[in-house]
Design a binder for this molecule. Structure first.
Ligand code: B12
Ligand code: SF4
Ligand code: SF4
Length: 385
């Protein structure tokens, strides 16, 4: 059996994974209870698919694969040491994992090849199911129990060799394999991620309030980005890496064995031109971002995010595009464009908002325009009598 385990470890690396560990197929009791309590307390609000029944199913490997005996936990690093630092203002920032091609596809392809290769080695089919992100499995719980990494206070899994810049997947199998022990590492007294999260989303060690996380607001939120969250989002237009960028464990990391292919849709500094995003048609959006994680946010989502980033950058060169957006775009985007114009508050921006009070007929957008104009009035210097 040890031979097979050794083979699995080296073969996983050959298939392009950076980390591989094994855990049992026992129920993930602590993590199930933590996730259920997170759902109950409203800390997963905004993700309608993250239900109690999903958590219950996902924490019992036997339910996902009857006869399951072991879980092979895999980690794939996505950190490109050659990534350039961000290139100044005027652009929107994309989280590192989305600067490469969609990892779900890359990882599932490698996992399939891995399982097929194991079957060839064993000269018999094996019962196996594999998961990456979009399945009910609690990916981080499996990684932590297998010793692939440990839970950081940011809730990200930290690994000794690749920091938290790893994506996680599992192959549940009926093979009986010797489990690896969990790591004995912890964050110690460090609280950098908690202190530096701009929205206060890490409400306690190991607890993220989903709706406060920039990653949720810029990727998953299909509606209005709450007014009070907008200034805190800064120039992030897809995801957020702050709790990872500040983490001391991430200071020294190894490079991936077989990097996921980069996407030309995002530049090497991980930035997107905000005006270009506002002007992109549905067809152009699809052509450019197909095969990347950015598709998840959809064009409307990315345009809302572009408005928020332009507003936060107070970028006057964005005013003409925002004014055009206020006239033509989807309702949700018009609302966020109004907010951005209120933040930039140049005479052109204010005049476009005033004109829109007569031409706009959507109640939500009118509300945004009213709030934006009120904001500009508040910011005007008070004249002396
Ligand atoms: C929903 C989700 C989100 C949501 C909610 C995040 C959250 N913290 O739950 C949002 C959209 C905000 C999000 C953001 C991000 N995500 Co996400 N997300 C998921 C998803 C689909 C489910 C996560 C989940 O189960 N949450 C439920 C809560 C209860 O779990 P948890 O936060 O991990 O909390 C655990 C701990 O509290 C632990 N616990 C409880 N008590 C105690 C006590 C102690 C002492 C300890 C040590 C632990 C502990 O138990 C809980 C359950 O395991 C997973 C994929 C998957 N299927 O698992 C990816 C996943 C977690 N995301 C991932 C990534 C990369 C991100 C981002 C970095 C993306 C980005 N750059 O924008 C950010 C990171 C934000 C953050 N700080 O978490 C990776 C994480 C990789 C890693 N190294 O950890 C995953 C695993 C996807 C993947 N397969 O690679 N994500
Ligand atoms: S991803 Fe950003 S907003 Fe979310 S917890 Fe980390 S630092 Fe906070
Ligand atoms: S910043 Fe500090 S507390 Fe947060 S995950 Fe990293 S080591 Fe842990």
């Amino acid at each position: 059996m040890q031979d097979l385990k050794t083979h699995i470890s080296s073969y996983a690396i050959e298939c392009g994974f950076d980390l591989v560990r094994i855990t049992t197929a026992e129920v993930f009791t602590r993590d199930r209870d933590a996730a259920l309590s997170r759902v109950k307390s409203g800390q997963m609000d905004g993700l309608p698919w993250f239900t109690e029944s999903r958590v219950r199913r996902g924490s019992v490997p036997q339910e996902l694969l009857p006869g399951a005996r072991s879980i092979i936990c895999l980690g794939l690093s996505y950190l490109d040491p050659e990534d350039e630092e961000k290139a100044g203002s005027g652009a929107g920032n994309v989280a590192r994992y989305a600067r490469v091609k969609d990892y779900h596809r890359a990882m599932k392809r490698r996992m399939k090849a891995f399982v097929r290769g194991l079957e060839e080695k064993l000269e018999s089919p094996i019962a196996a199911r594999w998961y990456v992100d979009d399945g009910p499995m609690l990916d981080r719980a499996a990684a932590a129990r297998s010793g692939l990494g440990w839970f950081g206070k940011s809730t990200n899994i930290l690994t000794p060799s690749h920091g938290s810049w790893v994506l996680l997947g599992q192959v549940i199998t009926d093979l009986e394999l010797e489990p690896d022990p969990p790591l004995k590492k912890t964050c110690g007294s460090c609280v950098r991620c908690i202190d530096d999260c701009p929205t206060g989303a890490i409400v306690a060690p190991f607890v993220v309030d989903n709706a406060r996380c920039i990653s949720y607001q810029t990727i998953e939120n299909r509606g209005v980005i709450p007014m009070e969250m907008r200034p805190l989002i800064g120039d992030w237009v897809f995801g957020c890496d702050i709790c990872q960028d500040v983490c001391p464990v991430n200071r020294k990391t190894e490079s991936p064995v077989l990097p996921i292919q980069k996407t030309a849709a995002v530049g090497p500094s991980g930035q997107l031109d905000l005006v270009e995003l506002l002007e992109v048609t549905e067809e152009e959006f699809r052509d450019r971002f197909q095969g990347t994680s950015i598709m998840r946010a959809k064009r409307v989502g990315m345009q809302k995010n572009a408005c928020v980033a332009l507003g936060n950058n107070r970028d006057e060169s964005g005013v003409p595009a925002l004014v055009a957006t206020l006239k033509t775009a989807d309702t949700l985007v018009r609302g966020h464009a109004a907010w951005a114009l209120g933040q930039i508050a140049t005479p052109d921006a204010i005049s476009a908002l005033q004109q829109a009070t007569t031409s706009e007929d959507d109640p939500y957008v009118l509300e945004e325009i009213g709030a934006a104009l009120a904001e500009t009035r508040q910011r005007l210097p008070t004249s002396k009598a």
